[in-house]
Design a protein around this ligand. Structure first.
Ligand code: NAD
Length: 251
């Protein structure tokens, strides 16, 4: 019987999720590359398989329970029982409170919070059965408050509470749950923010870097490295933690 572990990484078609998926495959896991559109996952899957790893593309909307349950069944059938979940799928719908619509609020809550709930709930039985599991949730420095992101910051603070409760409930089954709270990471998400505020991305990054103690913006691999630590065998006594990966201290 194969001892290869299976991971599900959501929002893994690009950006941070793609880097996490590739890193977990390098670490020896079989990886379900999950995103809204299975075709969009092709590049990530190819990068993994070209490097000798094992991966499949899975199309699902994390906000939709039936879609997630079908996706997890597909992973079980085609890859193996998932014992590692990285809840990374995310969106922004930024606006100042007085201009934010209920749809902007609900969309962000649905992807981050309901999405993480749906995926974790569907996968947890395989972790409990294996008496081993690793859950990693993507929070953000925005959880500490960020102008124009009342929806996103509430969702990302929510991810921290979700993580801590998972750690408490699932610890007895050998399952850890931790959160990564990235600062500024260079992806399409931050490129879209630059566009929204009307600043060229290079200038936007330079301005951000000047405020960051290590004097650079982050890259997806910075987050993948932290995820790799959390899912490692040796991190079994690290649970319910939030690590700010932001090039400097945050609290
Ligand atoms: N980039 C940053 O600076 C930064 C900082 C802090 C936190 N984060 C968080 O990290 C995560 C990844 O961010 P990114 O910058 O790589 O974003 P991104 O926009 O580049 O990628 C997000 C991915 O999630 C997918 N996705 C969106 N909604 C989905 C849904 N309903 N179901 C399945 N997949 C869905 C998208 O299709 C996309 O491929 C997000 O949770 C984000 O909030 C990012």
């Amino acid at each position: 019987m194969s001892t290869q572990k299976t991971a599900i990484v959501t929002g893994a078609a690009r950006g941070i999720g793609a880097a996490v998926a590739k890193r977990l495959a390098d670490d020896g896991l079989a990886v379900a590359v999950l995103d809204l559109d299975a075709d969009a996952c092709a590049d990530t899957v190819k990068a993994i398989t070209d490097a000798g790893g094992k991966a499949i593309a899975v199309g699902a909307d994390v906000a939709d329970e039936a879609s997630v349950n079908a996706a997890v069944e597909k992973v079980v059938a085609e890859l193996g029982k998932p014992t590692v979940v990285v809840n990374n799928a995310g969106i922004t719908r930024d606006n100042l409170l007085f201009k934010m619509t209920v749809d902007d609020w609900d969309a962000v809550m649905a992807v981050h919070l309901r999405g993480a709930f749906n995926v974790t709930k569907a996968a947890q039985k395989y972790m409990v059965e294996a008496e081993w599991g690793r859950i990693v949730n993507l929070s953000s420095t925005s959880a500490l408050g960020n102008r124009g992101q009342v929806n996103y910051s509430a969702a990302k603070a929510g991810m921290q509470g979700f993580t801590k409760t998972l750690a408490i409930e699932l610890g007895r089954f050998g399952v850890t749950a931790n959160a990564i709270a990235p600062g500024f990471i260079e992806t399409e998400m931050t490129a879209a923010t630059a566009e929204r505020v009307g600043v060229p991305f290079e200038d936007f990054k330079r301005a951000a870097a000047s405020q960051i103690p290590v004097n650079r913006v982050g890259v997806p691999e910075d987050i993948a490295h932290t995820a790799s630590f959390f899912i490692s065998e040796g991190a079994g006594f690290v649970s319910g933690q939030v690590v700010y990966v932001a090039g400097g201290p945050k609290d």
